[in-house]
Design a protein around this ligand. Sequence first.
Ligand SMILES: Cc1cc2nc3c(=O)[nH]c(=O)nc-3n(C[C@H](O)[C@H](O)[C@H](O)COP(=O)(O)OP(=O)(O)OC[C@H]3O[C@@H](n4cnc5c(N)ncnc54)[C@H](O)[C@@H]3O)c2cc1C
Ligand SMILES: Cc1cc2nc3c(=O)[nH]c(=O)nc-3n(C[C@H](O)[C@H](O)[C@H](O)COP(=O)(O)O)c2cc1C
Length: 446
Amino acid sequence: MGEKPRKLLVLYASQTGNALDAAERIGREAERRGCSASIVSTDEFDSSSLPHEEAVVFVVSTTGQGDSPDSFKAFWRFLLQRNLGNCWLQRVRYAVFGLGDSGYQKYNFVAKKLDKRLSDLGATTIIEKGLGDDQHPSGYEGTLDPWMLSLWSTLYQINPKYFPKGPDVKISQDEVIDQPKYRILYHKREKLDPNLLAESDIIQRARGMSPGKLFKEKSKPDCFLKMTRNEVLTKAGSTKDVRHFEFQFVSSTIEYEVGDVVELLPSQNSSSIDAFIERCDLDPESFITVGPRETENNGVNEEMITELPIKLKTFIELTMDVTSASPRRYFFEVMSFYATAEHEKERLLYFASPEGRDDLYNYNQKERRSILEVLEDFPSVQIPFEWLVQLVPPLKARAFSISSSLLAHPAQVHLTVSIVSWITPYKRTRKGLCSSWLASLTPEQG
Ligand SMILES: Cc1cc2nc3c(=O)[nH]c(=O)nc-3n(C[C@H](O)[C@H](O)[C@H](O)COP(=O)(O)OP(=O)(O)OC[C@H]3O[C@@H](n4cnc5c(N)ncnc54)[C@H](O)[C@@H]3O)c2cc1C
Ligand SMILES: Cc1cc2nc3c(=O)[nH]c(=O)nc-3n(C[C@H](O)[C@H](O)[C@H](O)COP(=O)(O)O)c2cc1C
């Protein structure tokens, strides 16, 4: 008796954001059951303190050909040190959830090797590792849902203090949904420095403020390119559209080798951005800064938000994928809270429930429904901008292998790109955001 309630540490390593989503979901579900949880990336965690943790959930993806995410590498090097010994983690209980794709030869390789190493270092597993698979009809969530239920009940059996009211008693939705993680400050235009209005460094400013943490961990150089050639390589009438693109460096030339990867930030359709802004009743001309919401634990105040204000429309264009990526399940849950029409609320709650997972998959992921389309399907929902900033998928840069050499083509970059387009089960034509945007550009216009 008199023992303190237990805490859970969720350590994640993600390359493109899925493991972060999964880690946040695990943290959220634990907190709803009364167990507080910290969610930390492996590169922000002091690895030497791992033996002092009581229960740790690892959420790690596999990338490349069985490689670990960049944010995992230093943590993994630390764990591999020989001097740690097989009792180093003897007081630690752990569970591993991996994200992978069984189409790859080294399926969930990182989760498997982490699980083995933790066990070799003396840690005790809470439940058998879970392996999320992109090939599963419901994606990694198909495995995550049942895996989490088993995690909660086993933790409860180990020590009921994890869930004082039992592993199945959940805090009501209303208490959770009034707490977005971000807050928006609106700035008076008259008080702004005119230099800000000129919008220099606009991409860095917008993306530096965005909750999409992944933007910040990139240490690669940024540059501007101007398209100088857009040539179709495939024959007329072919079902495929593959193109040769040539670009000229606008800013100073960045050194590269043939086969290096360039990441391009796609541009979203301007009229769709306007439609989203109108649908969400936002003022496109307002100037904003985005920062973490003040909580008991992090006393954020206005002075601590150092970023320079940016126009709301620009922020959306550069950081929020409203026209191409599909929302996560949590978006439907938050939408259900704000739905004022009863039938919409009911439908959204069903989508957000474990029973509705397959129908949500067919409606949302399989159809590649965008945020804008989903919002249009549920007209009674009006979500505060803070929630949209948190939940709209971050606009991601796309990788392309460089097919030119600086020796042959100084100050140029050439790419060979397959323009993505497909028909969904409901016979809707979908287009890849970045490749179709590139295909639409006219070199003469820059
Ligand atoms: C290291 C690396 C190097 C790359 N190099 C190149 C390169 O040199 N050339 C090149 O063309 N691409 C390359 N790619 C792929 C490229 O990054 C993009 O993924 C691709 O261009 C599509 O981006 P998009 O924005 O047009 O499509 P998105 O808007 O991102 O849509 C693509 C997504 O649509 C869905 N989708 C696509 N087709 C279908 C279908 N038939 N059925 C159902 N869903 C579907 C899938 O979920 C897919 O992930 C590379 C990727 C990586 C990781
Ligand atoms: C370029 C690339 C390489 C991948 N390589 C592997 C792999 O070797 N093994 C595997 O199981 N999954 C692989 N995957 C699938 C990812 O692990 C899966 O999509 C996962 O959800 C990504 O999680 P993340 O967004 O947290 O990085 C790969 C995905 C990409 C885009």
